[in-house]
Design a protein around this ligand. Structure first.
Ligand code: S3P
Length: 173
């Protein structure tokens, strides 16, 4: 069984994925970390040196590499399901969960953690960042909503989200 966590930047995919893997006694893979190790560069430098299109190709190949692993929780990047046939790939090779949250919440988190994220690092003003997030979020929603399970994470703590995902796995397996 392979579990794919999808959702916008700062929706908690990595921290929730780590806890979930621990609970299920599964291996955990963060797709961005996998890419950084494979290419030998931080994501921000891959964007800067090779461009976004090259990053998306590397991301797709990496997804298909880690997608072969069994008993694994994979936290994907915020854009992963929105390029090529990646969402279809995930739905065919495992179970996908969309960690849904409000753009306002994602914005406050991203203000604190934007420096290593090339798509948002340039925003200084909260209002500019929020406008960008709302726009990107709305254009990505049709992809995120193709997940097999949509989990509303607004106002929930991570422990409960992990519990809900574990229960969701039982229901659809
Ligand atoms: C991206 C999200 C990032 C990373 C890259 C692009 C995106 O992952 O893959 O910076 O397009 O939303 P996180 O969602 O883990 O920040």
């Amino acid at each position: 069984m392979t579990i794919f966590l999808i959702g916008f930047m700062a929706s908690g995919k990595s921290s929730i994925g780590r806890k979930l893997a621990n609970r299920l006694q599964y291996q955990f893979v963060d797709l961005d970390d996998f890419i950084e190790e494979k290419i030998g560069l931080p994501i921000s430098e891959i964007f800067a040196e090779k461009g976004e299109e090259a990053f998306r190709k590397i991301e797709q190949q990496s997804l298909q590499q880690v997608g072969q692993y069994q008993n694994t929780v994979i936290s994907t990047g915020g854009g992963t399901p929105c390029f090529y046939d990646n969402i279809a790939y995930m739905n065919e090779h495992g179970q996908s969960f969309f960690l849904k949250n409000k753009p306002e919440i994602l914005c406050s988190r991203l203000l604190e953690q934007k420096d290593h994220r090339p798509l948002v690092s340039k925003f200084e003003e909260k209002s500019d960042l929020l406008a960008f997030i709302k726009d990107k979020y709305n254009s990505r929603l049709p992809f995120y909503e193709q997940a097999q399970v949509i989990l509303d994470c607004y106002g929930k703590d991570k422990r409960n989200i992990v519990k809900e995902i574990s229960e969701g796995i039982k229901k659809i397996s």
